[in-house]
Write a protein that binds this ligand. Structure first.
Ligand code: SAM
Length: 207
């Protein structure tokens, strides 16, 4: 393995270790903002990269319910632009302190700090107004997005919006289902079990 590859693997492992140490919603009433397991997510991103579904030079990624932006931070190493939307501004507000603490840890360990390609927005992912704001700030419109992501939250409503408004060929990564997988009108199931962990499914918008 080349040293740059080794360094990226160490960087991603450090990020997963940091965020997986402060997962939210695994117990009690905060289930609605459950955090993805970033150790598993790294394997999903690796499989998407190996299958050429994502590319660091071209891909625009959007987390439709990004909470504290942890998936955005991880995906920033795999894509050109990593955009997140969170309806609760207090939850989104946690991004800065977590990212700052993580940045210190990465620097102390001589690992790679995230690229400056992360943009997070407070708003409702179902509202056109949110994407108009995103376009004004980043130049990215809904039709430019290559891969949308959700951790179960509003997965069927987001699928309907993607089927109606996204570009043909755009991808939809849904985290959190196992065995019984949802089907969506206008989207084809592409990979039932991304990275064989029983946790993530990839769909694609058909014509
Ligand atoms: C299950 S958490 C997932 C957090 C993160 N994406 C992850 O994978 O770890 C879902 C988040 O979506 C947010 N959310 C719910 N409805 C939303 C909407 N319409 N637009 C944007 N965010 C929303 C919730 O507040 C919550 O923080």
């Amino acid at each position: 393995m080349k040293s740059t590859t080794l360094s990226l693997a160490s960087t991603l492992a450090c990020i997963a270790d940091f965020y997986d140490g402060c997962k939210v919603g695994c117990e009690g009433f905060e289930g609605y903002r459950k955090s993805a397991d970033l150790t598993k997510f790294i394997r999903c991103a690796g499989e998407l990269e190996n299958g050429q579904f994502i590319n660091p030079r071209h891909t625009i990624f959007v987390d439709l319910g990004c909470a504290d932006g942890r998936v955005n931070l991880l995906m920033s190493y795999f894509v050109k632009k990593s955009i997140g939307i969170e309806i609760d501004p207090d939850i989104l507000g946690e991004y800065q302190s977590h990212a700052a603490e993580l940045g210190c840890r990465l620097t102390e360990n001589q690992l790679t700090v995230p690229p400056a390609n992360i943009s997070l927005f407070a708003g409702n992912s179902l509202a056109d107004e949110t994407f108009q704001r995103i376009r004004a700030h980043t130049g990215v419109s809904f039709k430019d997005v290559d891969i949308f992501y959700t951790y179960i939250t509003l997965h069927d409503a987001f699928a309907a919006k993607i089927a109606a408004q996204a570009k043909v060929g755009s991808l939809y990564l849904v985290y959190g289902f196992n065995k019984i997988l949802p089907r969506y009108d206008g989207l084809e199931l592409l990979i039932a079990d991304v990275a064989s962990q029983g946790i993530a499914t990839l769909y694609q918008k058909t014509a």
